[in-house]
Ligand binder design. Sequence first.
Ligand SMILES: [Zn+2]
Length: 287
Amino acid sequence: MSLAIPIFDAHIHVGPHDRMNESARRVMLDGRNDLDLLGRVMSSADELLRAMDAEGIARAALINSVAPDVLGITDLVNPWVARYVEGHRDRLVPVGGIHPRHSRDVVADVKKLLDVYRLGAIKLHPPHMEMAANAYRTDCPSLADVYRLAGEAKRPVLIHTGTSIFPGARNVYADPMACDDVAVDFPGTTLVLCHAGRPLWYETAFFLARRHPNVLLDISGIPPRKLLEVLPRISEIADRVLWGTDWPSKGVRSMRRNVEDFLSLPLSDAVRRKILFDNAAALFASE
Ligand SMILES: [Zn+2]
């Protein structure tokens, strides 16, 4: 089946997996039969582009975040992903992160992400950073600089919402409702709620996308065939939903198969096109 619509997978994980701590790496890599492919993809963008061509994927955002304590991933991911996409920014969007409690100068570090590494977005992962998305209101004031500077640079902030099963993850920070504060306090900053609160908070994520014009959802990690069960009114917010697979996370059969499953849903062509390509292409057009 050829895919008539160009596909923008706005949530795949290509990053320095070898830098993860042992327990996180096990969750990611144990028991898979595609380690060979993964090893090649992580070492060269040409290999990733070849895999995307084979799967009919036009563009992708490479999602990385900084989680030194839980995953062992430091801010080295930022130069890593910037270097990885060199020469391929027409198809690959580099996404990195910052952990304000591990940064001595948050303003300078965020500017570096935006201006030197030219990241397409900044990702925050509250359960892996052990920090609420609205922690600038309590114990981490400098988190506000991340939202403010990203907004000024017209770059979105991607926030993981929903549970994590990685060892040490703190799911008390997984509820997307903390993002309500962020959307209120930073109306000029576009927020993407990754995974739409999967699997416990779909209604909260949908509510936030309807309430706030600066909130989008990405539907990565949700089995596409279940999408209309968990987000039955998704067509009402079709302008603010991004396609993503979370590949190569376990349970994702392939980038292409997820698209095919999505295309089997009773959605209009206009809705499909917005979700599969147009919304992400517009969001990541600022570069
Ligand atoms: Zn992910």
